[in-house]
Design a protein around this ligand. Sequence first.
Ligand code: FAD
Length: 465
Amino acid sequence: SSENPTVIIIGAGMSGIMAAKTLSERGINDFLILEASDRIGGRMLHTNFSGYVIEVGANWVEGVGGQQENPIWTLAKKYDLRVSYSDYNNISANTYNEEGELLQLSKTKPHFDLADASFNYSNALSFSLNAYSEEDVSIATAQRLFGVIPTSPLDMAIDYFYYDFEIAEPPRITSLKNVLPNPTFDYYGDSEYFVCDKRGYSYLPEQLAREFLKHDNEKFIDSRLKLQKVVRQIKYSPHGVHISTEDNSTYHASYAILSVSLGVLKSRLITFKPDLPYWKIKTFYQFDMSIYTKIFLKFPYKFWPTGPGTEFFLYADDKRGYYPFWQHLENEYPGANILFVTVTDDEARRIEQQSNKVTKEEIMEILKKLFGEGIPEAEDVLVPRWWKNRFYGGSYTNWPIGVSGADFDRMKVPVGPLYFTGEHTSEKFNGYVHGAYLAGIATAETLLDCINHGKCREVTSDGLP
Ligand code: FAD
């Protein structure tokens, strides 16, 4: 019966859904999906903000227009997802200094050109380090070798735009060899499309789930999908897994696929009996769960520039990462009067811990510097808290310096009957929706090899795979 299935999948985000779909397509239909929240999608999450659907989590289809097609782009086209092309080219004309003055292009251009040259140098250095199997260095090391260390507010803001805005952590701690060139853009192309669809970005995993779960028009009616089931304990042995949830349900299966985020794996939300081996826990802590926070603000009217080439702007505070990257939603939702600002890492953590009122005051102070004292107060503010949310513990993973491909591999190596999937197990595309999608398929295939062909990856006696 479905209460004693072959496989239990923990989590119904993109990777968990793809793992279940793959199993189902390959003849394993006695699975159970246990999902903590009340919905499918995980970090693909939208909400209604002042009458507009905005994405609190994943927002872009990243990596479009290249030689290979990003599978998420294929789905976006198939389901006619409403998207808007993100043109970052004008950012050098939309950069404000710490006094709030819009800088002349003649002033900013040399700085952007230098950052570009440094970026190209870093990419080339990564190629040669990889080619000669040299030790990894941080992106900051590459910048030093290039000869330009970003220290002025303007250069730090540009640096933030080049790196943190994408990977949510600074060059100082980020692996050169694994993060540059970013495989997402290298494989799938440089373009990014911003999802602005009333059905939300999570419409994609929902549609994928509809291909194999029973549903009526509105909702899923398949007893194999159990929502609001928070897994708290996993007992495992070579004979199978016993899983207990917060509401004291228990489930038994031969195998489990864990698709929970690295943030959850690092936390104590789930207790393992016996505890996970040393090599596994160590691997979790070698990798970083970053924090990427989009703070949305609704105004009674707009006071920022609109029209072609104005969508994104940079603010160069003398504190690196202090409310640096801004976007308006006039292209996507004309008349919405919504702005949002992106913060990451330490700043995101700091902001999660303070009240929204204080955050709003900090933001208003900057906006007044940029656009004048007379601007109206924000009527509404939304501050996502991905780090504090016990079902996520952050936003997505970043590859830190010094973690080799073999170290990384241990992230997804099974522990007995426990299989691991999720964005963080995608070697090339960690941190992205397509990474989660491909990881779900790959993990299910690894498990199918074990179930169908007895090819189960064993762990040696010293605990190392
Ligand atoms: P998740 O979506 O986290 O799925 C895991 C599921 O497990 C969740 O549904 C969770 O509720 C559930 N769960 C957790 N704990 C338990 C438990 N104890 N018991 C049961 N269930 C549990 N990617 C892009 O490609 N483009 C972007 O623009 C982009 N921007 C992002 C912005 C933000 C703010 C965030 C947070 C992410 C962003 N990402 C982006 C990354 C992308 O969202 C993720 O890589 C992807 O959605 C992860 O899918 P997943 O299945 O690996 O994990």
